[in-house]
Design a protein around this ligand. Structure first.
Ligand SMILES: Nc1ncnc2c1ncn2[C@@H]1O[C@H](COP(=O)(O)OP(=O)(O)OP(=O)(O)O)[C@@H](O)[C@H]1O
Ligand SMILES: [Mg+2]
Length: 236
């Protein structure tokens, strides 16, 4: 039976270093912590996420990662997962650049999420990415079939500077910005060195007292990612 509930989420922006891989990893954690099967395509030629998984020997039946060398391959691969019901979520992490491939990726996605840090560069390039999406809708025969588009303010510091607040205001007035922000947290840095945040939370919980305290921090990071995931998929 096909998995009618399977969702394809592409993390995209034309800007390098905007937080795509970090966000993808957090969203995968959120899905896995609910017992959802994640099929992940690493479409970045640098293979940051795939290399991370290999380096840390991530071994979990809910997680599978493969390279995606051509965006056009996503159609067949996502279709296969859908038909055979082998995944609940498909995540695509991408390269931080523009390209015709983005159109192919969009045609197979249910949601596009664009992380944007609070910098002038990110604001400018997010504008380009948004304009690409607007153009895509104009060109499409059936715009309703296109994925939803969400800008996610990312790596947001607990206390924003004046210039960051200004960029935030501009973003809110220019794009569909998600209510949730992807906050700057050292737990995401730890994830890069140690593993998925829900795995780290579990490890800390069963460790000695001073580590158990840390588990709550990872749980908070996970809850935030979970809320973002819900917003991307319409709460399902
Ligand atoms: N929410 C966050 N909390 C803490 N650090 C973050 C967060 N989001 C991103 N970062 C940091 O920002 C840097 C860039 O993030 P990341 O590698 O995820 O970006 P990217 O868009 O995937 O980059 P590239 O274009 O090179 O693939 C990393 O050092 C990452 O740890
Ligand atoms: Mg990356």
């Amino acid at each position: 039976m096909p998995n009618e509930d399977m969702k394809v989420i592409s993390v995209m922006t034309r800007k390098g270093g905007a937080g795509k891989t970090t966000l993808t990893r957090a969203l995968i954690s959120a899905a896995m912590s609910r017992g959802k099967r994640c099929l992940v395509f690493d479409a970045d030629p640098q293979q940051a996420l795939a290399r991370w998984a290999t380096k840390l020997k991530i071994d979990d039946p809910l997680f599978k990662i493969e390279p995606l060398t051509k965006a056009s391959e996503l159609e067949e691969k996502a279709e296969e997962a859908y038909e055979n019901d082998t995944a609940d979520f498909v995540f695509v992490d991408t390269i931080g650049a523009a390209g015709a491939w983005a159109d192919d990726l969009a045609s197979e996605s249910d949601a596009i999420v664009v992380p944007m840090m609070l910098s002038d560069d990110d604001l400018e390039i997010t504008t380009d990415t948004f304009n690409w999406y607007v153009g895509l809708r104009e060109r499409a025969d059936d715009p309703e079939a296109l994925p939803t588009f969400h800008v996610l303010l990312s790596n947001v510091p607990a206390k924003q500077s004046k210039s960051e607040l200004l960029i935030e205001q501009k973003a809110l007035s220019q794009f569909p910005v998600m209510d949730d922000y992807f906050v700057h947290r050292i737990q995401h840095k730890d994830a890069s060195a140690e593993g998925f945040i829900h795995h780290i939370a579990e490890n800390r919980r069963t460790g000695p007292g001073h580590l158990r305290v840390q588990a709550a921090r990872f749980d908070e990071a996970l809850e935030e990612a979970s809320s973002i995931l819900d917003a991307l998929t319409g709460g399902s």
